[in-house]
Design a protein. Sequence first.
Length: 148
Amino acid sequence: MWQETQGKKDKEKAKAKNKQEKAHKKEERKANNNKGKSLDSMLAYVDENGNLSDSPPDPTRKKEINLEDIQIGAAKQRPIDPADILRTGVVTFFNDAKGYGFINDLKSQESVFVHINQVSEPIKERDRVTFETEMGPKGLNAIKVKKV
């Protein structure tokens, strides 16, 4: 006579439980079926602030945008006036260990990057300097920096 072991019974119970869970999930999917819904209930709209909504956007809030106003990439740099070639400024920050710093232009009050390779003599913070500028990849760079 064939005798069932405890392990065999456990395996059969687990199989029956899995089969029951599978049938339950199948019934749940049938109850929450999305087939047969109308197209309008499946559409989503984007409002003027970029948020998703279920109602179409209000045409009175539509804004006209010129294609020329859309900026792609880095900002366009304005050409440098030849009269502004020699400038004066004050060193606001300089790190000798890393070899770079910033000069505050006295005329335009803008901060200009300076690298140690462009300095003719050692400079430190709060030194008055004269310098020329050139356009670098990230903005103005100070060149030919000299103490005053």
